[in-house]
Design a protein around this ligand. Structure first.
Ligand code: ADP
Length: 473
């Protein structure tokens, strides 16, 4: 099959979260199985800076945006897995410090930026030889593509994957003019959402196939509490929505070969191996080495409400009182950053908080920690609990979305249901009580390490959807 992926992130070049990780792995896995696959991204500053192989292709698209004809040179390269990469240049939109916005808020012109990008991807698809059969759009930034394909009666099938329903690309109706679509599309059956333009809603209603990143989340988002206002739209597409749990890049995240670790280890040497990494991390973060004898808990997360940071703050007094260590790596809302930093200041011998985005530190924390905390309010898939299990770090998660689908209570981790500090504390206490029982703890660790979260298990599910779309099923 011939598939063009449209997405606004690609790890390691341009990433804010799990979306980038998926784009780094799923297309590569499809390619390994013989499909013809390419990924189209905006040419961000970050991409140009880090991807030396990217070259200006002999192709310049002309993209209509709100009545203006804008030129968009196309750059082409190959990822380390051999996937063809197209990057769409328009420096006024993409040559910026961040992908979507700064701490002060989203960029004011995100509608124009990603409508431009979506229109450019469609224009690109029309020039490619052989022509892609499927454009696989991801999240709101590419969610206009199904509408563009329909309105233009273009010879593509479209799939849309929702990685997080909370981000919808909602803009004033006045921005609709940028899409170039007939006014008929700014109606509730397409892009209109209570008088505004909602790009994700349009994608949900108009894509030929719809997927999300876990079976649990696929069920949850059909309901009002998890539907972020789009549960009604999703229910009308209920039959077209498939939940496929994300895989992980098992080469990048392999404790036995991970070059970022102080000391790589495998399942046979998990206890000693993790201890060496723990000592190295404590030293790196300036925590006392005596903390190696205590359970070390970790959080690596965007610091936003979704991730249950409020519950982590509520759990902190108990962790400190019990003599545990806590290592946090994250960035996000200023208030959370400040409150966490305050804890690190007050308890410098037990709590370390690193604000920022740091891939290397993320790997080293996964290798060093004993317990990983992920008390999300909602979680489409979640990757860090998967990385944790692979690194023998026991996850404590809320039983929701992809967390519920991937962590088995008492077997590979600990789970709780109600989003309350009491429930979260209750499972943390259980985990802390298991921890000193060396044999039981090791069994938990090994059970997690034995799980198979590789993409090769997931890809057939995507192939099935593509085959249905192209009538080759
Ligand atoms: P989301 O996409 O909602 O942020 P996921 O768990 O699906 O959550 O994916 C998060 C990804 O981003 C993981 O790869 C995680 O390791 C990474 N990550 C999040 N915050 C940081 C950070 N501050 N530094 C390094 N990696 C981070």
């Amino acid at each position: 099959m011939n598939i063009l992926f449209a997405a606004s992130e690609l790890t390691p070049y341009a990433k804010t979260g799990g979306l980038g990780d998926v784009l780094a792995a799923l297309p590569a896995e499809l390619r390994a199985r013989g499909h013809s696959v390419a990924v189209a991204l905006p040419l961000y500053r970050q991409l140009r800076a880090s991807l030396a192989e990217l070259r200006r292709a002999p192709l310049t698209l002309t993209v209509e945006l709100g009545g203006r004809a804008l030129s968009a040179p196309v750059w082409q390269g190959t990822t380390r897995d051999g996937v063809t990469l197209f990057a769409i240049e328009r420096d006024e939109f993409f040559d910026r410090g961040q992908l979507y916005g700064t701490a002060d808020g989203d960029y004011f012109d995100n509608a124009a930026r990603f409508i431009f990008y979506s229109r450019a991807v469609v224009a690109l698809a029309l020039t490619l030889e052989p022509r892609p059969q499927i454009i696989h759009a991801n999240d709101w930034q590419a969610a206009l593509i199904p509408a563009l394909v329909r309105a233009g009666r273009l010879p593509f099938k479209t799939a849309l994957t929702v990685h997080n329903l909370a981000y919808q690309g909602m803009f004033p109706a006045a921005e609709f003019a940028l899409t170039g679509l007939p006014g008929f599309y700014l109606k509730p059956h397409a892009l209109e959402y209570y008088g505004r333009m909602n790009l994700l809603k349009g994608g949900i209603l108009l894509a030929d196939a719809l997927t999300t990143v876990s079976a649990g989340y696929a069920r949850e988002i059909l309901t009002e509490p998890y539907g972020c206002g789009l549960d009604g739209a999703l229910r009308t597409r209920g039959g077209a929505l498939t939940g496929i749990l994300n895989g992980i890049d098992t080469e990048l995240w392999n404790p036995a070969t991970d070059p970022l670790l102080a000391a790589p280890y495998d399942a046979r040497r998990v206890t000693a191996g993790k201890r060496r990494n723990k000592l190295a991390l404590l030293e790196e973060l300036g925590l006392p080495l005596t903390l190696a004898e205590r359970p070390l808990l970790a959080v690596i997360s965007r610091l936003v409400e979704q991730k249950g940071i409020a519950l982590i703050l509520r759990a902190l007094p108990l962790l400190v009182e019990r003599g545990a260590g806590l290592v946090v790596l994250g960035a996000g809302e200023a208030a959370y950053e400040a409150e966490l930093r305050d804890w690190a200041r007050r308890c410098p011998r037990q709590v370390s908080v690193s604000v920022g985005f740091d891939e290397r530190l993320a790997h080293r924390i996964e290798a060093a920690a004993d317990i990983f905390l992920m008390p999300s309010r909602f979680e489409p898939c979640g990757l860090n609990q998967l990385y944790s299990m692979r690194y023998g770090t026991v996850p404590v998660v809320r039983k929701v979305g992809g967390l519920a689908d991937s962590v088995a209570d008492g077997e590979t981790g600990f789970t709780f249901s109600d989003y309350t500090a009491e429930e979260f504390l209750r499972v943390i206490v259980s985990a802390l009580e298991w921890y000193p029982k060396a044999k039981k703890w090791k069994a938990l660790r090994l059970a997690g390490m034995r799980q198979d979260f590789s993409w090769s298990r997931r890809v057939p599910e995507y192939e099935k959807i593509y085959a249905q779309l192209t009538g080759t099923a």
